[in-house]
Design a binder for this molecule. Structure first.
Ligand code: ARG
Length: 464
């Protein structure tokens, strides 16, 4: 069988070098995009009279048949043919004879691989948007079902101020909303059709590049052939978007892990997402959350990988660029799997209302509210902060919670304290934060409605 790659050489390739250079073990995943690109190219060549209509038709029929062979598992992938492009072309030659050789007119593997990977990323993003929306729905529904649950909000992982669980869950809703917007933005810059750039300089044929773009669903054609064959910014952007989304999943994972400890006791993972220990039968481990946290590392690694491949790379195409794919595929697989598992975890996790509420009521979590109380009675906030600091120090010395201090004790620190100081409760603290974006129940109610509206409005990002 023909191997055009070695036409000018006399020697057989070194076996190790051949395996080293072959991308077929991983780029076979691009077969559909590669065939789609070839069909669009062949159709355009026919329409422009660069090859005859009949030849174009033959070639297209051959390509369709090859796609079927691959899908049925009947196709034999050959390492000596290096990559998916040559594997398909060689098979086309087997099937059609010489006319197959006309397909590569006015094309190079450099613009061919660029179109393949762009198509792949373009086809991947909508699925990710849908998955991110699925996770947002899960968060939203759990938030709606737990509107009255209060837990401590933390800063420095110290109990800070009481908040609604719904408010906490909606924080993640916002993160995944931004992730969708970022992927949409990445999609816009990926949506550029590079065919027609040839090896790097363009091609000496009267192509209709716009027609190729239309057939493949691209909204624009590339402006500069040198850039088009060497640009992988869209992969860097994709890896960045994915890294940020994984970072968000990892933060969520960390809270799920912490909250499922006996020390917190805020949640219980559903059995379907928990594992047990091979030695300690009492254990219920949040392995899926831990794995998501761990897998974030490999996605960051893939981002660093592509950035480093591109750093210092001279124009235009260099074989280094072949290293763009494995990390890309790995990131797609990792992110898709993680989103699926995390959505399931959020849908099924059990929130333990009582431990959350009791943690929110303990310690000196209402100290800020006490300072705000004095502010409302006319004391400047800084002074109020000082008064409450003294009061809390005293209460800690005596081992008493704030609501167990007698009014006289309060009044030793400020004459502004009155009976109504006992009206400062966890519930009142939450209710008082009635500012847009705050945790007051009325605000959270409106935030839930806005979130629902965002999710159901078509043509908003990711609104399905
Ligand atoms: N396997 C190659 C890649 O992934 C395809 C392009 C090869 N081009 C070349 N001039 N050797 O980048």
């Amino acid at each position: 069988m023909a191997n055009y790659l070695r036409d000018r050489f006399e020697k057989e390739p070194d076996k190790l070098a051949q395996a080293y250079g072959a991308s077929i073990p991983f780029d076979r995943r691009l077969y559909r995009q590669d065939i789609a690109g070839s069909i669009a190219h062949a159709r355009m060549l026919g329409r422009q009279g660069i090859i005859s209509d009949k030849e174009a038709e033959f070639i297209i029929m051959g390509l369709v048949a090859i796609r079927k062979e691959i899908e049925e598992g009947a196709f034999v992938f050959r390492t000596d043919l290096e990559d998916i492009h040559m594997n398909i072309e060689a098979r086309l030659a087997e099937k059609l004879g010489d006319v197959a050789g006309k397909l590569h007119t006015a094309r190079s593997r450099n613009d061919q691989v660029a179109v393949d990977v762009r198509l792949f990323v373009k086809e991947t993003i909508p699925g990710l948007l849908e998955q991110l929306s699925g996770l947002q729905w899960a968060l939203l529904e759990r938030a709606e079902a737990h509107k009255d649950v209060i837990l401590p909000g933390y800063t420095h992982l110290q109990r800070a101020q009481p908040v609604l669980l719904a408010h906490h869950l909606l924080a993640y809703f916002e993160m995944f909303q931004r992730d969708k917007e970022r992927f949409q933005d990445c999609l816009r810059r990926t949506d550029v059709m590079p065919l027609g750039s040839g090896a790097l300089a363009g091609v000496p044929y009267p192509l209709d590049r716009q027609y190729v773009a239309e057939q493949l669903g691209f909204s624009r054609i590339s402006e500069n052939s040198i850039d088009a064959v060497s640009d992988r910014d869209f992969i860097v952007e994709f890896q960045s978007c994915a890294s940020i989304a994984m970072m968000h999943l990892s933060r969520l994972a960390e809270e799920l892990v912490l909250w499922s400890t006996a020390e917190f006791g805020f949640i219980e993972m559903d059995d379907a997402y928990a594992t047990t220990s091979s030695i300690m039968p009492q254990k219920k481990n949040p392995d899926m959350a831990e794995l998501g946290r761990g897998k974030t590392g490999r996605v960051y690694g893939n981002l660093m990988g592509i950035l480093t491949v591109l750093k210092g790379l001279p124009l235009s195409y260099n074989r280094d660029l072949q290293e763009d794919k494995e990390g890309l595929f790995d990131t797609v697989d990792t992110l898709e799997a993680s989103l699926g598992v995390f959505t399931g975890m959020i849908k099924t996790v059990k929130f333990n209302k009582a431990p959350m509420r009791s943690a929110a009521g303990s310690g000196y979590i209402l100290a800020t509210d006490l300072a705000d109380y004095l502010v409302k009675k006319g004391l400047p906030f800084r002074q109020a902060h000082g008064v409450v600091a003294g009061l809390v120090a005293q209460a800690i010395r005596e081992g008493k919670p704030l609501d167990k201090l007698a009014l006289e004790e309060y009044r030793k620190f400020s004459p502004l304290f009155g009976e109504d100081v006992y009206g400062i409760t966890v519930e009142a603290s939450v209710a008082g934060r009635n500012v847009p974006g705050g945790t007051g129940p009325g605000q959270v109610e409106e935030a839930l409605e806005r979130a629902r509206k965002r999710m159901t409005t078509p043509d908003r990002v990711g609104g399905e």
